[in-house]
Structures are given as C-alpha cells and as structure tokens.
Design a binder for this molecule. Structure first.
Ligand SMILES: C[S@@+](CC[C@H](N)C(=O)[O-])C[C@H]1O[C@@H](n2cnc3c(N)ncnc32)[C@H](O)[C@@H]1O
Length: 386
C-alpha cells in the first residue's frame, strides 16, 4: 500500500486523525495535545446525545451522526494518519453478559474494521489504528475476541501490540483500560519483552494464548511511566455541593458490610478529614442478594460508569470531625476525573453529563500515548520518507 504524507494544516498539527465511537470527543482532546498533536478530520457516533456534546465542544470538526456500519470510505477525507476506535464494551465487560465481539453492541468494532478495509483498498489506510476497550476484551470468548482483533490487524499487514493503562497513574480515578495499537509502515518505540506497569500479567497471559503467527507480528510497545500523580480525589471536588440529609445518608450507610463499617469508624475515630468514594453494589451472601455500599479511601475515585442503574452511581464520602457526610459525585467532578478542563461544555442534565463521562476515555492517558508512541512513530516515519 502506498503511504501518503499527511497534508500540513493551519492548526499547526502535522498529523490527522479520525475518531470513531467518538462520544464527547475525549480521545481527540488527548490526540490534539493543544495543537501539537493530531487534528481530527472526521468523527462518528450513533448516539444523539453524544453527537450534541461532541458538536458543542468541537464545532469545527465534521461529525457523522450515524451507525459506523453506514460510514463509507468516500466520507473519510484524505489518508488519515491515525484512526481511533473506542468501540462499545458492554458485551466484553466482565460485568456484562459477555456475548463478545459477535454480539450486537461490541460487534460494532467490525463495522469500524470494514471501513478500515475500505480505506486500505483505496490506498488510504491509516498508519496507526487504536482500539480502546475494557480489559474484559482480553478474556471474552475465552480469548477468541482478542485474537480475532489482533488477527484482523496482522492480516492487514500491521504490527500489533497492546498496553493496559490505568488512568489512576495520571488522575485520581481508577480506570484500567486496554489499548490495542497497530502500526504499519512505521516503527513505534518498543521493548524486547513485556514490562510493568503497562504490560500487566493479564495482558501477558492473553498474549501467551495467541497463535504463533500473531506473536510473530507482535510488538511490546514501550511507554514511559508518568511522574508520580500529585492530585487526589479531594482536589477535584466542587465546593458547596449539598450533601444528603440524615435519613438518606443513614439509608446508604445501613448498606455497609461489617468490614467497611469498621473502616469508616476507624477514620471517624481518628478525627482526621478524609475524602473517599463509594459505590452501591449487589453482592451475594449465603445465597441472598444484598445491596452493599462499598467505600474506598485511597485517594482515588472508583471507575466511572454510565449511570443506567443504581449500582453505577458513585458517591463522595466526607469524614470530618468524626461526622460522615455523603453526596453524589457531580458531572463536573466526573469531567475532572477524566482529565477534561473546565472549558469543556457538559450537558445541562447531571445524568447526561455523568453518562458522557462514564463512557469516555481519560484525556491524559491518550495524551501520553500520543506523546510517547504515536508522534515518535509517525515523525520518524516522515523523516525516513524525506
Ligand atoms: C465507550 S463509548 C466511547 C466514548 C468516547 N471515547 C469518549 O471519549 O467520549 C462508545 C461510543 O460508541 C457509540 N456507538 C455505539 N455503537 C455505535 C455504532 N454502531 N456506530 C457508531 N457509534 C456507536 C456510543 O454512542 C458511545 O458514544
């Protein structure tokens, strides 16, 4: 396949990207690097609320509001350097029914892939393709889904590798995610073998299950570990958000297990001010399903989810002078936990804002990949071609 150089752009960005399953466009924010990285030339999402949020924040970026299966190569401008896919994860998530990439929602990845094949047929395939997903993709379909994605990429002539990046290294938010990264015609920084923290044991185990033909085209992409994070959950809280009244707080606290209650009481007894996060979860005990409130006081929020059910709601717990106050996490706090700056326009409804952020990819994680992997590979490729 001939590789076409990316056109120079007036934004100063040397390279171009397309964002599929774009949501609110957070992948693009990380790819742009404030103008020093990629310029998004096309975005796509099927959801009307996501499309509104995307347009509100990226008014100059062309967006196709449609099913990815309906997008055709003639709608993609030029030869994008990078195509990003944050395809739906419900069917591969450890928390879901796990129908895998054959199921309707997560199977949308193949609609994206069909488009990549269409671009390739016209000599316009991107040199970098990224699939972002939950780590459940490593094991869904007993590993067949991961092998199928890597297999499709290798069959198309790409070298493939994957990283597990937890947003908690950059932000006060525990959010492990899998990034499968394929490159063709360029060389990204790579290591001789797996290395922590980004080649996690479960990722290495999934690689070990791949057939030899895929391992022969595998790269252990190398990325520097970021400097120690200096923000914790307390630092992202909005001031003066009303807390639940006594009755509502007690209803939630009644769901604590004895272990979590003991932890909370120890913090109360210490007299320290501590800020934690809490989730409602359904747990089974002695064959019975119980609603539990689970707390964490490690300075991190739990992984943001979409607020479709009660169990996905995240609460903020503030312990001060031995007193416990509880409230919901706000949409703006969720945006801060995704590394989105204050200028980002959130939907007016709190639940829409939480859904937007719960589905998104953390901006500094994408920025780290852009700086550490994508730009070095594409820049070296451009110099080699010069
Ligand atoms: C995990 S979210 C990705 C969000 C995005 N990375 C962000 O930062 O906001 C998956 C997105 O895929 C979209 N989606 C699901 N099925 C789709 C399809 N068939 N075609 C296009 N978009 C789809 C959803 O509306 C959702 O916004």
């Amino acid at each position: 396949m001939p590789i076409r150089p990316a056109p120079a752009t007036d934004s100063g960005a040397a390279f171009t990207a397309c964002e599929f399953f774009a949501g609110g466009g957070l992948a693009g924010l990380g790819l742009h690097l404030g103008g020093a990285g990629f310029r998004t030339v096309l975005a796509n999402d099927i959801d009307a609320a996501k499309a509104r949020a995307f347009r509100a924040n990226h008014p100059d970026t062309p967006l196709i509001h449609d099913d990815v299966w309906a997008v055709t190569p003639d709608q993609v401008p030029g030869a994008p350097d990078l195509c990003w896919a944050s395809s739906p994860c419900q069917d591969v998530s450890l928390a879901g029914a796990r129908g895998g990439l054959k199921a309707q929602r997560s199977g949308a990845f193949w609609g994206f892939w069909k488009l990549m094949q269409g671009l390739d047929a016209e000599g316009r395939a991107p040199r970098v393709i990224v699939l972002e997903n939950v780590v459940g993709l490593l094991t869904s379909g007993e590993g067949q889904d991961f092998a199928a994605v890597c297999g499709a990429m290798v069959e198309a002539g790409y070298t493939v590798g994957a990283l597990e990046l937890d947003a908690g290294l950059w932000l006060p938010h525990s959010r492990p995610r899998l990034f499968i990264i394929a490159m063709r015609g360029i060389e990204g920084p790579r290591l001789k073998g797996p290395a922590l923290p980004f080649h996690s044991p479960r990722l290495t185990a999934a690689w070990a299950r791949l057939p030899a033909s895929l391992k022969a085209n595998w790269a252990w992409w190398g990325l520097d570990t970021p400097p120690r994070r200096n923000l914790d959950l307390a630092a992202v809280l909005e001031p003066d958000v009303p807390c639940f009244d006594e009755a509502e707080a007690q209803t939630l606290l009644a769901m604590l297990s004895p272990l979590h209650r003991a932890r909370l009481e120890a913090i109360q007894a210490s007299g320290e001010r501590r800020v934690g996060a809490a989730f409602r979860r359904v747990r089974t005990k002695d064959g019975r399903k119980l609603q539990r409130l689970e707390l964490r006081f490690d300075g991190l929020a739990g992984c943001l989810r979409t607020p479709s059910g009660g169990s996905s709601r995240q609460y903020v717990v503030i312990v001060e002078d031995g007193q416990v106050a509880l409230r919901r996490l706000t949409g703006r706090e969720a945006a801060r936990l995704m590394g989105v700056d204050e200028a980002y326009r959130l939907p007016a409804s709190e639940s829409a804002a939480l859904k937007l952020m719960g589905d998104a990819v953390a901006v500094p994680v994408v920025a780290a990949l852009t700086r550490g992997l994508f730009l070095p590979a594409l820049t070296d490729g451009a110099e080699a071609a010069a």
